[in-house]
Design a protein around this ligand. Structure first.
Ligand code: GDP
Length: 447
């Protein structure tokens, strides 16, 4: 995607700042120009680009870099924070029963996104159903049915009906057993009155908790008008951006988000049901800026260390990549990680751990919620030193004792042990890379 170019062009400019401790106005001007160019090329709307570059310029000139911070890191931090602000928070989607309505033009990727989202919710332990109301596009029914099969989720549609509103009504009834209802609607080639009237009617019958506008990342400036029309008709709480795996620019969708005062919910990155990511602003921008570097990671660690009052050598990300990873390490890191944000974001910052590599890992490997971390901590407090050092040696009777001691249950203790194994495996995978891989990674990091 063209937004990707922002990372490499910006890094080039930022590298020119290396070694400087003070920033001149000219330096900042250059960085800002680079950002403007990249964002405009990526189809982000002019007003939005100007707003962003003004705040970056203002902050870079006004704010004193904290002691010991280089000019380059200072600017990078500001750019990062402002871009995170620009893309906004992820659309709120609680993991509970709900109804989601998908709207968008034909070909934007609604049917595909419906199946992907269903797959995503199913992975989170909820029972989803797809309701296909697109009676306009030939083949929509078969495609939706097949994709629902691939995602292994409930499906309702009626190939013989030409009444989408009735299908929506029947669909909700027929899939009562499901917890998450995802209602796919018909698109048109353009914003016709008929489409708008139809979606308004479906919206009133379905009464969704969340309305998502599905936008092709390639849409460009047209996104603004589309977003406005759907916003007027039904209201838009969130946007799903599709086809980010292609050469699409991505910026139009950001404009749409801004226009509807909504947020990004999901990113589509391919044609199969698994090619979906929940939008996470921090990790999205980190990746965009190519910030998967240890420098950033250790800065976060340092900050978190200060807050937790932990010693500097308590956690050294590089040492984590050598030697064995015990439960003691995990316990020490949990407190720090708690302060740093979700594990997957932290992992994204380790070179080679981000992007494609993360995709190969099971989703759950990174799914340690803060709540769960607190529970894990209590469990680890009930373990002996030996158990913490050699978690793989823990027997079933020890698991029972630990569960009793921590006031939890054996299931939870085993979960912790599983989690540790997964993290250990992740790190091993990293260590297992050949020297060539390592060099390529380092090179990528410097690019
Ligand atoms: P709809 O008319 O809005 O329901 O759009 P579809 O779901 O049928 O998608 C239109 C085309 O885009 C299909 O060929 C999909 O396979 C493709 N598509 C959808 N999402 C993605 C994506 O994230 N990446 C890629 N590469 N193709 C996608």
């Amino acid at each position: 995607m063209v937004l990707d170019d922002l990372g490499s062009s910006l890094r080039g400019t930022l590298d020119d700042l290396r070694g400087k401790s003070r920033l001149e106005e000219d330096d900042i001007q250059e960085v800002v120009k680079q950002i403007q160019r990249s964002l405009l090329e990526a189809d982000v709307e002019v007003d939005l680009v100007m707003e962003l570059s003004d705040s970056i310029k203002g902050r870079a000139l006004d704010e004193e870099p904290p002691g010991g911070t280089s000019a380059r890191d200072h600017v990078l931090k500001i750019v990062y924070e402002e871009l995170v602000e620009l893309v906004g928070d992820s659309t709120e989607l609680p993991l509970e029963s709900q109804t989601i309505l998908l709207a968008g033009l034909q070909g934007s990727g609604k049917t595909t996104t419906a199946a992907k989202m269903a797959w995503w919710f199913a992975k989170k332990g909820l029972r989803p159903a797809i309701i296909q109301t697109d009676t306009f596009r030939p083949g929509a029914y078969d495609q939706a049915k097949q994709m629902a099969g691939n995602a292994e989720v409930d499906f309702y549609g009626d190939p013989d009906s030409d009444d989408p509103v009735q299908i929506a009504r029947d669909g909700l009834e027929e899939t009562e057993q499901a917890e998450v209802h995802i209602v796919d609607t018909a698109g048109r080639h353009a914003l016709e009155e008929e489409l708008i009237a139809e979606i308004e009617e479906i919206d009133s019958v379905v009464d969704p908790d969340t309305r998502l506008l599905v936008l092709d990342a390639a849409i460009g400036q047209g996104a603004k008008e589309q977003a406005q029309r759907f916003e007027e008709a039904i209201g838009v709480e969130g946007v799903a951006i599709t086809k980010l795996d292609g050469t699409a620019k991505g910026g139009g969708a950001l404009t749409a988000v801004n226009e509807t005062d909504s947020s990004i919910a999901f990113l589509g990155t391919g044609e199969t049901v698994q090619d979906i990511e929940r939008f996470e602003p921090n990790s999205f921008i980190s990746r965009l800026l190519g910030m998967g570097d240890l420098k950033q990671l250790s800065e976060r660690v340092e900050r978190a260390m200060e807050e937790t009052g932990a010693e500097d050598d308590d956690w050294d990300p590089e040492s984590m990549l050598e030697g064995s990873f015990t439960l003691k390490d995990m316990q020490k890191q949990m407190e720090t990680m708690n302060k740093m944000g979700p594990l997957d974001q932290v992992m994204d910052m380790i070179p080679g751990m981000g992007g494609g590599m993360m995709d190969q890992l099971p989703d759950d490997a990174m799914d340690v919620t803060q709540e769960r971390m607190r529970e894990f901590n209590v469990i680890m407090d009930s373990m002996t030193d030996h158990e913490l050092e050699e978690p793989r040696s823990i027997s079933a009777s020890q698991v029972e004792r630990i569960a009793r001691g921590s006031g939890t249950n054996t299931e939870r203790v085993n979960e912790l042990l599983e989690q540790h194994k997964m993290m250990d495996r992740t790190l091993n995978q990293f260590q297992g890379m050949g020297d060539g891989d390592m060099q390529r990674m380092m090179k990528k990091m410097q690019d």
